[in-house]
Design a protein around this ligand. Structure first.
Ligand code: ARG
Length: 587
């Protein structure tokens, strides 16, 4: 399908406007606000009448009279001040269904102007376990990556590991306290350093919170850590070698955690990989006379006259000579521009970091590195606890992702066991189904909320088999599979017939995929795709309840219904896969 149903109808109504001597652009069609009255509507007569200084109702009637002659339309009527209501003939709709069925993408939208993109998501930090905030970045970023690839964009996903900030110096100094005799701290040691890491992932998870607490409480220890950070960045060999171990050990753990989530990155680069770009960046900034001194630091001023709130300068080099979060982000833009030359760079990061990105984007624009219109911060809201505040541990830290995943896993096992045990499933299959149900619950709950809003983590609601949930969608998809299995085979070229209202509605729902996917891509909003999945699953439910499928006596009708079921199943699986949700074989 290259042109969606809604675009075809807009073209058709546009032609009618043109025939009436008006701009074809007024023909834009949308799904009807009143599905009880019509399937589609066009509101263009109102604007057209205003422009042509005519009566909207009269003009609407004129356009409607032209449209009435079209074979595609079963009914054209005028409502209110001049809305044109449209209902398609079943024959035309059946043809649309045949087309969607014949498309191996079941109507997935194709971008007319594919782009090269970098998707920066994940953003975990070395030595720190993933927390709930990283979950949203991973889930939303992964689904946007899949969505845009499906549309035809060339997307490179980059994890952008936090491996270069002040916590690195804090870790180095804490390890030094605990194991002072390691060669990494001996300045006279001339290598080679041990290949084996002196710390494990568990060690890091224990050391990091200690290190950070000490530095917060003790100024001397904090200064020491800051010096260590700047020595590390300046290339002190022992620090670099030990830091390499931190990064490698952390990466191993992170790879496992992301694999459990079904999230993959093309690039495992980190802030440190941008370091070689810092010197050329500074050189360019100096040549452009953009860098300013401020309290011992070197900064880029990014405030603008019309700013409603104050935007502080971006600090490129701190007082003690180290680079910070903003400088590595700016240097990373230089790296990406040189290595990937993207049209756009998208950052899927907590909305609370909006000021940071505003500073980086403006600095990039100001120095002519990469225009700010091609840098987008796709912020997301927080996952909240029952008190509707960001989910925290009792100690007040962000909740570790493990804790949340374990809760979800336990809940899914309970739910699945309650509904499936004693029905002939092996324990391995039950475990597989539970894992998929848990992931679907978590991902769908996250993605179905508009990206920018906060939501409350509500295990029972997310795991429910009814309502707008991941498990419901899995259930609907699996039910389709079982209908098809019972039938044995589906004849692809059997023509679709529309007899019942539920069949009509199912075809309309299938045709809604293309515009939903286009809107989800354009707005970078996966929840629009979630809405479509739910609408489609509900339409199938109604179809299943109202129409005989396998036991329909009329052969042609049975084939038509099987084909509709198969097409719905394929589209639903494609949408779920794009959301990062795996479907079990049966449940
Ligand atoms: N490591 C950061 C954090 O945990 C997120 C990094 C996001 N990406 C970026 N390019 N700044 O807050």
């Amino acid at each position: 399908m290259t042109v969606s149903l809604i675009d075809r109808l807009s073209g058709l109504v546009g032609n009618a406007f043109a025939e009436a001597g008006l701009d074809a652009g007024f023909g834009k069609v949308q799904v009807s606000d009143r599905p009880d009255l019509a399937q589609f509507q066009c509101n263009g007569a109102l604007a057209a009448a205003k422009q042509a200084k005519q009566n909207p109702r009269a003009l609407g009637e004129q356009v409607a009279a032209i449209l009435e002659k079209r074979d595609e339309l079963a009914d054209v009527s005028l409502a209110g001040p001049g809305f044109i209501n449209l209902t398609l003939t079943d024959a035309y709709l059946a043809g649309i269904a045949d087309e969607i069925a014949g498309d191996d993408r079941t109507g997935a939208w194709v971008s007319p102007a594919p782009k090269t993109l970098v998707m920066d998501y994940g953003g975990p930090n070395v030595a720190k376990p993933l927390h709930v905030g990283h979950l949203r970045s991973a889930i939303i970023g992964e689904s946007l990556k899949r969505l845009m690839r499906l549309a035809g964009d060339d997307v490179t996903g980059d994890i952008h590991l936090g491996d270069w900030g002040k916590q690195m110096g804090q870790l180095l100094m804490q390890v030094k306290r605990e194991m002072p005799d390691l060669p990494y701290f001996d300045e006279s040691f001339d290598g080679p350093y041990p290949a084996q890491s002196p710390v494990t992932l568990e060690d890091l998870a224990r050391i990091y919170p200690v290190a950070s607490a000490v530095c917060k409480a003790d100024k001397e220890r904090n200064d020491e850590a800051r010096r260590a950070t700047s020595d590390l960045q300046a290339g002190r060999p022992g620090y670099r070698a030990l830091w390499q171990h931190f990064v490698r050990v952390s990466q191993e753990g992170l790879r496992r955690e992301y694999a459990d989530l079904g999230v993959t990155f093309d690039l495992w680069k980190g802030e440190a990989d941008a370091h070689p770009f810092i010197a050329p960046l500074i050189e360019q900034l100096e040549a452009q006379d953009i860098l300013e001194e401020s309290e011992g630091a070197r900064v880029i001023r990014v405030a603008r006259e019309d700013d409603k709130k104050e935007i502080p300068p971006l600090i490129m080099i701190s007082q003690d000579g180290s680079v910070l979060y903003g400088s590595t982000d700016l240097a990373t833009i230089m790296d990406r521009k040189q290595s990937l030359d993207p049209d756009l760079i998208l950052y899927v990061v907590d909305a609370r970091q909006s000021q940071h990105f505003e500073q980086v984007f403006r600095a990039s624009d100001k120095m002519g590195l990469f225009p700010e219109e091609r840098l987008e911060h796709l912020g997301f809201g927080t996952i909240n606890g029952p008190d509707n505040k960001p989910y925290k541990t009792r100690e007040g830290d962000a909740l570790p992702l493990r804790v949340l995943l374990d809760q979800m896993k336990a809940g899914a096992i309970d739910r699945v066991t309650a509904s499936l045990s004693g029905k002939g499933y092996s324990s391995e299959e039950l475990a597989d189904i539970s894992a998929k149900v848990g992931m679907a619950a978590l991902k769908f709950a996250d993605l179905s909320n508009p990206r920018t809003t906060n939501y409350i983590f509500d295990l029972d609601k997310f795991l429910s088999f009814e309502g707008k949930t991941g498990p419901y969608l899995l259930y609907a998809t699996v039910r389709i599979k079982s209908v098809l299995e019972k039938a044995g085979s589906v004849i692809d070229d059997a023509p679709v017939m529309i007899v019942e209202a539920a069949e009509r509605d199912l075809v309309l729902a299938l045709a809604g995929f293309t515009p939903a996917m286009q809107a989800a891509c354009d707005k970078r909003m996966p929840h629009i795709l979630c809405d479509h999945a739910y609408t489609l699953a509900q339409a199938f439910s109604k179809f299943y309840a109202n129409c005989r499928i396998n036991d329909e006596a009329d052969d042609g009708l049975r084939q038509s219904r099987l084909k509709l079921a198969a097409t719905t199943g394929r589209q639903l699986e494609l949408v779920l896969a794009t959301l990062g949700i795996d479907v079990p074989e049966r449940m």
